[in-house]
Design a protein around this ligand. Structure first.
Ligand code: SAM
Length: 219
């Protein structure tokens, strides 16, 4: 999804949404600029209104243990980490040392680096290494789409009773509507959304924020 624009909103309405959401501060602005300098991959960064939404969820859930799968340069993790309660920790999973170095720099500038644990490795290995009884209070999934189902299956059994899983890009710019789609990412997202709907362990709502967020809790 684009760094600064909710996908399904026309420009004027998007500007209105941003104007009625928390403004970005100096650390976020620096992070947007550092990410933009990477070129087209900057599109992977969540939009400021999505980050504000994640922060609001985290402030409400008050997770002692949060997990992010897909950290990139750190915009979403910065929002999550800042909203954690005292003693709360965030485990960040990503495969890129280059991109997460930018994240580290901005966690440090924001003074939240001491509450973030970054593991640079395939996320599924990191999640599977968590103890089975390690309760997760908040999870944000935003990595490779083909991996979503496996990440979800690692998170659901560990999800605390009032915990939430937020899953990004579930509308995939609207391509999930294409019943004949045969590219791996679209098919993975279609299967993921269908799986969540039919999973009686959870209750979910699919929000058209950004590029679509599937918000999931235990049933
Ligand atoms: C869409 S970006 C995440 C954007 C980020 N949430 C933000 O707000 O800037 C996806 C990230 O997933 C990471 N990724 C891709 N495959 C992965 C895997 N198997 N395990 C862990 N991370 C992975 C990529 O390196 C990339 O940084």
């Amino acid at each position: 999804m684009t760094g600064h624009r909710s996908f399904f909103l026309e420009e004027a309405l998007d500007a209105y949404v941003q104007a009625h959401s928390p403004p970005v501060d100096d650390v976020q602005r620096s992070l947007i600029e550092a990410t933009a300098s990477l070129g087209p991959v900057a599109r992977m960064q969540v939009a400021p209104d999505q980050a504000a939404f994640l922060a609001l969820l985290v402030a409400a859930v008050r997770p002692m243990f949060a997990v992010e799968v897909g950290t990139f340069t750190g915009f979403s993790s910065l929002a999550i980490a800042r909203a954690l309660p005292d003693g709360g920790r965030l485990l960040c999973c990503d495969v890129s040392a280059e991109w997460t170095d930018i994240a580290r720099e901005h966690w440090s500038r924001a003074g939240v680096d001491d509450r973030v644990d970054l593991v640079v490795a395939p996320a599924l290995d990191t999640l599977r290494a968590l103890p089975a009884d390690r309760e997760v209070d908040f999870a944000f999934l935003d990595a490779d789409k083909a991996g979503y189902l496996a990440y979800y299956e690692e998170m659901v059994p560990r999800l605390s009773p009032h915990g939430l899983i937020a899953v990004d890009n579930v509308l995939w710019s609207g391509r999930v509507l294409d019943a004949g789609a045969d590219d791996a990412d679209t098919v993975a997202l279609q299967e993921f959304n269908d799986h969540v709907m039919s999973d009686d362990r959870v209750t979910s709502v699919l929000l058209s924020v950004g590029d679509g967020i599937n918000l999931i809790r235990r049933a």
